[in-house]
Each structure stands twice: as structure tokens, then as C-alpha cells.
Write a protein that binds this ligand. Sequence first.
Ligand code: AMP
Length: 314
Amino acid sequence: MPITVVGSIAYDSVKTPFGERERMLGGAAVHFALAACFFDEVRVVGPIGEDFAEEDLEAIRQRGVDVSDVERVAGGKTFFWRGEYGWDLNTRETLDTQLGVFEGFKPKLSERSRESEVLFLANIQPDLQREVRAQLPHAGFVALDSMNLWIEIARDSLVQAIAEVDCLILNDAELRQLTRKPNLLSAAREVLSWKPHDTELRGPSVIVAKLGEYGAALITRDGFFALPAYPLESVIDPTGAGDTFAGGLVGYIAANRNGEITDELLRGAMAHATVLASFNVEDFGTERVLRLAREEIGSRLEELRAITQFSGTP
Ligand code: AMP
């Protein structure tokens, strides 16, 4: 089932203890698409500026991603983000965010992008997420990611945006900040109780809390599941790990969904998401995922399965 994604298409400048890169290809929608395209057809919606290199667009296109709804704004500047990580790669400092062409952007989706059964609202201004959501009222599965910036400056819109989707994917610290609850489970329960104004919509039923290098937890109305991150000795740059995780999760659901979103389907999605994210952090930005081969995903998935199994009776 084709997936439509809206979110930042960006240039990122990043410094980690292992090196730095200036203006590398990034953005939440880009990281998402490069992971999700291993599973299904992906259609990216969003603006880029005049400064966006044709070869970067071509790199995304080469992976089979549909970029026909990526709009180049004459005279505009591409979204830019600068961040720095210390030795604890779970936390980072945002040094600069320039919305550029996202300021005043009005998403106009092509008929093709509006027909997708699955929608991912990647991290961007929550009102924009809602505008896109409104253009796919009948999508069968809609997921959303966000970040501390939007909790701080646009919380009310974000709460509404979340109430209008099926699945929220958020860092654990952000989930606590959003709900003002110190406990992860009660924070997730709180979000599960949010109701959309539009009674045709269902409200969130799946919460995924990303725990950085410790993995991720899945909370539904009657289920709980968690996986550790795939253990790696060398992590170079975590930028985009969350979006790559979301790409694995939503991509797997789009490709394997057969009506109901079951806990079994969600567990499989969590495993694929974990594996995709583990590749992303092995190099700067999109570099590792852009050279990732399908066979590598399969073998790491088997290793993840082996390290998360146990036996023994009480
Ligand atoms: P992640 O590491 O998964 O949280 O995602 C990092 C990506 O998010 C980078 O490629 C940035 O370009 C993008 N990003 C950072 N801040 C924002 C923001 N305020 N809105 C949208 N995208 C952002």
C-alpha cells in the first residue's frame, strides 16, 4: 500500500565526537522515505529551495521514491538545521533551525499522493501536519512524529494533530513533556484517551516511545512490547535515527497490513524499525542508508531475533 509522507526536506550541519558535516542531505521526510522505500512505494510531499541540489533529489529518486510532489520554491531557501552531540549521543543541542520554504508553505497534494492508504506526518509544524491529514480523510493508517520545539511553541495544535492520527511516535522525554506525566505508561495512556473533534476519526490507538540507544517501547490499549536497540560498537551520528525508525515501522505496516492493525503486525514492525535505525547511525546523515542493501536488513533482523529470545521456566 503506497505511503505519503510530509515533513522536512533539509540540509543539516552536524557535529558529533566522531566528526562533522556541513549541509548534508537530511530532513525528517527524507530519512523516513529512504527507510520506508525498502517496503513499499513512498510519495514525498514538501518544499525545497533554489539551493537544493539536483543530485540530492536524484539520490532520493534513485531509491524509487516518488518526488513529484516535492515543490521547488523560486527564490526560497531549503529548511536548515544545525545540531551538536556530546559523548551521550541520546541528547543533542539544536544550534539553529531555519524554516526557510516551510514558512507560509501550503501543501497541495496531487491526486496520487491523496490516494495513499498510509500517511506519515513527519516532524514539522503541527498545523501543516493537520492540513495534510485533512487531505487524506480516508487513509487507513496515519502515524505522526514530532519534537520538543513544537511541544514548546505549538502544543495546542500538536495535541489536535495527534488526536487525528492512529499512531504517535515520539521520544520518551518528549512524551513526558507533552503529557506532563513523569511515567511513560501513564503518559501513553493519556494520549490514548485523546479524542479528535472530528467524530469520523478514531483517535490514537498505538503509541511508540523511542528510547534512543536503549530501544523503543510499544503501548496499545491492551498490549505492551519493547525491544532494545540493535547493539552496535560504533555509532557515528544519530541524526535521523528516529525518522529512519519510523520509516521501518510504517513501511512494514503498509506492506503487511491486511485490514486490522494487530499487535503481531506491530511487533514485526518494531523489529524492522529497530534494524533500519541501527544502520542509520553507523554513518553521517543519510550516508549509510543510501548504500544499504536489502540482504543486510534480513541478516540483522535474524541477529535481533536471536538476541531478544529467551527460554527457561520459573
Ligand atoms: P531525528 O534525529 O530523527 O530526530 O531527525 C533529525 C532530522 O530532523 C534532521 O534531518 C533535521 O533536518 C530534522 N529536523 C530538525 N529540527 C526540525 C524541526 N524543527 N522541524 C522539522 N524537522 C526538523
